[in-house]
Each structure stands twice: as C-alpha cells, then as structure tokens.
Write a protein that binds this ligand. Structure first.
Ligand code: G3P
Length: 233
C-alpha cells in the first residue's frame, strides 16, 4: 500500500456494480496516474474480476469470510477474492462486523495469500489490539459519522490523534481515517493529524460527478502530506 492513501469503498450503491462501476473505476485509475496518488477501490465481490482487468489501481474486496475451504454455502473466502484478482480486502467494516477471532483469522489467511488487509474499527481503543494482529492498515471510522457528510477530521479530530498514538505502538501498520469525509480539506486535515490517508464512500458514490469529487480528495491528500513535510523541516 502506498501513502497517502485514498481508499474509495464502493459499498452497494446503484453505481457500485455493472458498467457504471467499471466506468467509475476507470476514471479513478486515470486520476490516480495523473496525480501520482494511490487510489484503492474496494468493490463488490462480483465486480472484482471485471474491474481488476480494466484498471491498474489496487482493487480490494469489501469483506472476506474466514471460513475454511469446504462446505460453506455463500462464503466469500480469501482464496476466492485472491483468485478474482483482488490485491487486498477490507475486514470488519461497520456494516459487516466480525468477532475478534474472525478478524484474526481473516487477516492471517489473507496475509498468507499475499493479500493486503485494511481492518476497520469504530474506536481508538481497538487500534492497538487490532494492529497487533498485523494488518496492512487500521481504518478508524466512528459509525455515527459514516454517511453523514460530517467529517471525522473536523468533528472528532481527537479520535484520529488518539488512533495515531495507538498505531505507532506497533511498527509497520498504517492508520487511515474515515467517516463523513467529503472534501479535500477534510482529507488534508486527516493527514495533518497524522493519518496516512482516508476511507471514503458516500461523497464519491453519491456525487453527480464522482471523479471530480475524488480529484478534490486527492488534491487534499497531497496538501496534507506537504503540510506534514513542512512541519518536519
Ligand atoms: O469505508 C468508508 C466508509 O465507511 C465511509 O463512509 O459514506 O462516510 O464516506 P462515508
């Protein structure tokens, strides 16, 4: 995973699947190349293969079941998303919660296949225990702000700063922040607070021109990183 990271979670909106999702992913692929900022798309399992064949940006699953290979009807297991072309997966999203033992198993299985893992948590107290499980990144998202248009970086900046403190206790794990992120300014603030990027859904997926909104987010990510570099100097 490259940073700054703009992870766009397609969820299950009307443009999250079929030709509309494909067009959107292609637009985001172009945008990512234009600005040199990594955009990852987490897409419905049914779209992983099609989208992955059409773009170079990383394509993630939105969830994996930790069930073993075998008689588990309906399970979408890490081996399946890997075979479909996914580079990684979200785990434990607020809209797809898992038990801690299931999270641990999903991370371990995904890692053994070379898949990256972004594990969502709803509060900073969970950042450290989850980071100890060795995911690629922990994505902190206060559930009450998801889909609200009220950015975590503006409404609850302390959630990000506390989460950053927690993730730094474990080396090699990134901290991403999400929920209500709408503008480049929201992204810029999230990164200046110490996150390595953001997770976003509704602001992009519900926009009239999703790629234009994503462009604003990408510009904010660049400004955020520049701001951090300036602080270090
Ligand atoms: O996975 C990111 C997502 O949960 C954030 O949703 O709609 O608040 O950007 P949203």
């Amino acid at each position: 995973m490259r940073t700054p990271q703009v992870l766009i979670n397609f969820k299950a909106y009307e443009n999250s699947f079929g030709p509309k999702a494909l067009d959107l992913a292609k637009g985001l692929d172009k945008l990512s190349k234009e600005y040199g900022v990594e955009i990852t798309v987490s897409v419905p399992a049914t779209m992983i293969s099609r989208i992955n064949e059409a773009v170079e940006i990383p394509v993630f699953a939105q969830h994996v079941d930790p069930s073993p290979i075998g008689a588990h009807t309906g399970s979408v297991i890490p081996e399946m998303v890997k075979e479909a072309g996914a580079k990684g997966t979200l785990i434990n999203h607020s809209e797809k919660r898992m038990r801690l033992d299931e999270i641990a198993e999903a991370i371990a299985r995904s890692k053994s296949l070379g898949l990256e893992t972004v594990v969502c948590v709803d509060r900073y107290e969970l950042v450290h225990p989850v980071a100890l499980l060795g995911p690629t990144a922990v994505l902190i998202e206060p559930p009450e702000l998801i889909g609200s248009g009220i950015a975590v970086s503006k409404a609850k900046p302390e959630v990000i700063t506390r989460a950053v403190e927690e993730v730094r206790k474990v080396s090699g794990v990134y901290l991403l922040a999400g929920a209500g992120i709408t503008s480049g300014e929201d992204v810029e603030i999230a990164i200046k607070l110490g996150s390595e990027g953001v997770g976003v859904a509704s602001a992009v997926m519900k926009a009239k021109d999703p790629v234009k909104v994503a462009e604003d987010l990408v510009k904010g990510a660049i400004r955020g990183m520049e701001g951090r570099r300036a602080l270090i100097k």
